[in-house]
Design a protein around this ligand. Structure first.
Ligand SMILES: [Zn+2]
Length: 319
């Protein structure tokens, strides 16, 4: 099976990527309906895709993340934040320039505009690279944009799933002290295996939070934990609007912000940062025939921390 992007409206040089040989591992993740109204009709989005280029330079290792197109003419595109382009095209469940639907990583081959393919460094295993292309950049970008990547800061990570475990690792690599705020059952692992410095601490002690939780959750306790000028960055969608008393923002001049994936330039920077600092996503490589079981496990949050599907049963887990 393959899906092809239309060649009628060519915006950038295109790469054909073969996903049928050794290295192909779209990562499976669950996106809430409310966060992705354009999701595919037939299932879960696979939007962290790696493979080998065929037609441009055979053998190059590349990846495709959540985007496969943008207008290339708006201010956001000019500022390298294509992810906020009003005409950004999602890799899955999006409408391409010609109106055809994009189908993500459930395919043997795909064609992508050169601009929307990332280079994967040779020292970065492809299966571990795949989770970076959405989860990795989703946590890396806000840490950078909101100035939470400075050594010595006290940053909290809320939620310890696919995004949260990568956030802990990035924060540590940036030289920032990381505190994990999560369920008691995960605290031991966060401290011993992921490198968190401590578990949730006292009010008024945090410079910022990255909140990776999806669904309803109270933000008020997190605001209380922030120092003056502290920043709470929301990354996960919720079904209902948040309820917040303004006084909790006014007192201490606190800020709540949001963030969604990242631009192409910043994503490549993140991939190179990860390779340089040897940051490893924790993954579980599965075969295609395990997908339904994996979906059931995802609904129970029973995965550490990302499934990577080996469509051709040719990958071996590297850790
Ligand atoms: Zn644009």
């Amino acid at each position: 099976m393959s899906w092809w992007l239309s060649k009628k409206k060519k915006k950038f040089p295109r790469h054909q990527i073969k996903l049928t040989e050794d290295n192909k591992c779209p990562t499976m993740t669950r996106v809430p309906e409310e966060a992705n109204p354009n999701r595919p009709l037939d299932g879960q989005p696979l939007h962290e895709i790696v493979g080998e280029v065929q037609n441009f330079k055979v053998g190059d290792r590349v990846g495709v993340g959540s985007m496969v197109g943008s207008c290339n003419s708006c201010d956001n595109c000019a500022d390298d934040i294509e992810n906020y382009c009003p005409k950004m095209i999602f890799t899955y469940g999006g409408k391409y320039y010609d109106g055809s639907v994009t189908y993500g990583g459930f395919s043997d081959t795909m064609v992508v505009d050169e601009h929307f393919a990332f280079g994967i460094p040779k020292n970065l295993p492809l299966d571990a690279a795949a989770p970076l292309l959405c989860a990795g950049i989703t946590v890396y970008s806000p840490l950078s944009f909101y100035g939470l990547d400075m050594p010595g800061l006290h940053v909290g990570v809320v939620g310890l799933g696919g995004l949260g475990h990568l956030a802990v690792k990035f924060v540590k690599a940036m030289g920032t002290k990381v505190v994990i705020s999560t369920s008691p059952g995960k605290q031991k692992e966060a401290l011993e295996n992921l490198g968190a410095d401590s578990v949730l601490a006292a009010n008024g002690t945090f410079d910022g939070f990255v909140d990776t939780v999806s669904g309803q959750r109270p933000l008020l306790p997190l605001l209380g934990l922030l120092k003056s000028h502290g920043k709470l960055v929301v990354l996960g969608a919720a079904e209902k609007p948040f309820k917040l008393p303004a006084s909790h923002l006014i007192q201490g001049r606190k800020l709540i912000g949001g963030s969604m994936i990242g631009g192409m330039k910043e994503t490549q920077e993140m991939i190179d940062f990860k390779a340089k600092h040897d940051i490893k996503a924790d993954i579980e490589v599965i075969s295609m025939d395990y997908v339904n079981t994996a979906m059931d496990r995802l609904l129970k949050a029973d995965v550490k921390y990302r499934f990577v599907i080996d469509i051709g049963n040719t990958l071996k887990a590297t850790w």
